[in-house]
Design a protein around this ligand. Structure first.
Ligand SMILES: NC(=O)c1ccc[n+]([C@@H]2O[C@H](COP(=O)([O-])OP(=O)(O)OC[C@H]3O[C@@H](n4cnc5c(N)ncnc54)[C@H](OP(=O)(O)O)[C@@H]3O)[C@@H](O)[C@H]2O)c1
Length: 182
């Protein structure tokens, strides 16, 4: 069985990076990283845009689809052996997964904003971590629809997902996660 799951950590105001497009230390958290990295270890494939990457010592082992408009559909990734470049305009998700040799398991979507947004109709689950003590005004929102009148939660609700209980990952740092499910 295949599942599509999103993973993100946002600031109190729903941002994944600052106004320069950089993910700052104020939203990085060790407990969240452990949660995130072990979920990716269990995933069949990791999906992200050309400027995102989860990093960490096990990243090279993971199958990967990297979104870019620089190719027509699907192409080998010259910088990473387990990775394919993918332009959804020219190749479907099914074709991309088939080319990666992925038939079942979790497709883990890890950003950035356009990629998180592209998958909104498809998520089975979305794991929304929040660093409640950090604000990133003018930063990059988790979804392109997030703005002064729409929080990440509003957007997930609009797209048919419902929240699970909020769990502390690091109470002292104000970091928690809630899993939204369709
Ligand atoms: N807090 C978090 O959990 C989190 C999560 C993810 C990312 N981030 C941070 O966010 C920043 C990166 O953000 P970003 O907006 O630059 O995101 P990105 O999605 O990683 O990269 C954007 C690039 O991906 C490609 N792309 C995106 N959507 C596409 C589509 N529909 N079709 C084809 N290609 C597509 C394009 O590549 P081409 O230019 O090659 O066409 C685009 O320029 C980094 O600082 C990263 O650390 C934080």
């Amino acid at each position: 069985m295949r599942r599509i799951e999103g993973y993100v950590i946002v600031s109190a105001d729903g941002m994944i990076a600052d106004a320069k497009g950089v993910m700052p230390d104020s939203i990085r958290n060790d407990a969240d990283q452990r949660f995130f990295q072990s979920a990716l270890d269990a995933a069949a494939v990791v999906v992200h845009g050309r400027h995102s990457h989860e990093g960490g010592p096990r990243a090279a082992r993971r199958k990967r689809l990297v979104l870019t408009r620089q190719i027509a559909g699907l192409a080998p990734d010259p910088s990473r052996p387990n990775s394919l470049l993918w332009n959804p305009f020219g190749a479907s998700l099914e074709q991309a997964l088939e080319a990666s040799g992925v038939t079942d398991g979790t497709v883990a979507v890890i950003g950035g904003p356009e990629v998180f947004s592209l998958f909104l109709p498809l998520y089975d689950s979305f794991h929304l971590s929040r660093a409640a003590n950090a604000k990133l005004p003018g930063g990059l929102p988790v979804f392109t629809e997030v703005g002064p009148h729409a929080t990440p939660e509003d957007v997930l609700t609009r797209h048919g997902l419902k929240p699970g209980a909020q769990r502390d990952l690091d109470a002292a740092a104000g970091v928690s996660v809630a899993t939204w499910r369709r």
